[in-house]
Design a protein around this ligand. Structure first.
Ligand code: AMP
Length: 199
């Protein structure tokens, strides 16, 4: 297995680049944001709990999030070539839980790709996405709150994974193709990188 964390602020392009990575490397995609929105759309009990946090731009509590992720991991991911973790981990606690969870299953995080984008550009992108996405959290007030949470709680993971020698910074501005070229170079430079569909 080759497990990759795609990391960055809201609006940094994690979902877009994840789609390209799946096509090229055949990895299994786990987006915690999508998992939660799916529960909200289905109107489940978990969806109702998640909605209360998401619509305020807050993070879902670690314990709940880690349990959801463990279930998803055991459902399909372990039979795959590897996993892209998109939107997880978002706290140091979650990163430690992920390490433990993967170790128990005989694996690890191989690399972290950090998409780095200026704040003004992030807000711009999220407001534009909000015009089409219908997401309850893509409005200016909630965007600002999410960016605050990113800076205070999620960004310290950059240091965490740098210490683990896994963090690769990528400039996340430019065209989707230009950014993906850099992502591919980063993945391919890893000794355990999966084979690409095109080369
Ligand atoms: P995303 O689609 O990744 O932007 O996530 C949307 C929202 O879902 C976030 O603003 C959080 O409220 C919640 N969420 C997604 N992933 C996590 C996570 N790993 N931990 C806590 N909350 C999360």
């Amino acid at each position: 297995m080759f497990n990759l964390v795609i990391f960055g602020a809201p609006g940094s392009g994690k979902g877009t680049q994840s789609d390209r990575i799946i096509d090229e490397y055949g990895l299994y995609h786990i987006s915690t944001g999508e998992l939660l929105r799916d529960q909200i759309n289905k109107g489940t009990k978990l969806g109702k709990i998640a909605d209360a946090y998401i619509s305020k731009g807050q993070l879902i509590p670690d314990k709940l999030m880690v349990d959801i992720l463990a279930q998803e991991l055991d459902k399909n991911a372990l039979t795959s070539k590897g996993v892209i973790f998109d939107g997880f981990p978002r706290t140091i606690e979650q990163a430690k839980a992920l390490k433990e969870m993967l170790a128990k299953r005989g694996s690890k995080v191989h690399a972290v790709v950090g998409l780095e984008v200026d704040e003004d550009e992030l807000v711009d992108r999220l407001l534009k996405r909000g015009q089409q996405s219908g997401r309850s959290d893509d409005n200016l007030e909630t965007i600002n709150k999410r960016l605050d949470v990113y800076h205070s709680t999620t960004r310290p993971l950059k240091e965490y994974y740098t210490t683990e020698q896994k963090y690769h910074a990528i400039n996340g501005t430019g065209s989707i193709d230009e950014i993906f070229d850099k992502v591919k170079k980063t993945i391919d430079s890893h000794p355990e990188a999966p084979k690409r569909a095109t080369k």
